[in-house]
Design a protein. Structure first.
Length: 180
């Protein structure tokens, strides 16, 4: 069985993913399918947003999904908020979705690994960057951050990972999907 077959089978058989329309929604932004993805009994979603202005976007989608009582949006720099969560978070996460400051992706991923359990998934968005990650001499900090992240994933023995590409209105990109 290939890595992709294994991951897609794992995704399809995981209860919190079953509610998602696999053909149309799985690899869209989490904001677009939050209501379906978390249509499980007593889910809790914690979202970290850099500013109140940015937080309004997922907040409106959360309200539309009728989940405002099940979601906590924290405002601040992700690494600062994650440090706060170290002291507060007692349960592990089933799924972690990374879509933030690309040079810090490895730090986010390491935090996620320490707060997930076997069978959890860590998904990182924007890991292809319209093919820019293939340019060895890039000076773009986002590209360099993602290059380092992708290399770390390829060497990490604690997770089973793959990258799946997708097209968008801005070109093409991809998501890494890692199963702990």
């Amino acid at each position: 069985m290939s890595k992709l077959d294994f991951l897609l089978r794992h995704i399809y058989e995981t209860p919190f993913i079953n509610a998602v329309n696999m053909k149309n929604k799985l690899f869209e932004k989490i904001d677009d399918y939050i209501g379906d993805l978390f249509a499980i009994e007593d889910p809790v979603l914690q979202s970290i947003e850099k500013s109140l202005e940015i937080a309004n976007i997922p907040q409106q989608n959360i309200i539309k999904a009728g989940m405002q009582m099940k979601v906590e949006i924290r405002i601040g720099e992700a690494l600062d908020v994650l440090s706060q969560l170290n002291d507060e978070q007692t349960e592990t996460f089933d799924i972690v979705f990374l879509d933030a400051h690309k040079p810090s992706y490895i730090q986010y991923f390491e935090w996620a690994l320490s707060h997930t359990k076997i069978g959890s998934m860590i998904i990182a968005d924007n890991v292809i960057r319209n093919g820019e990650v293939l340019k060895k001499n890039s000076t773009d900090e986002k590209v360099i951050g993602v290059q380092k992240f992708n290399k770390m994933l390829s060497e990490n023995k604690r997770v089973f990972s793959t990258i799946i590409t997708h097209a968008s209105g801005n070109g093409f990109d991809g998501m890494s999907i890692s199963v702990v």
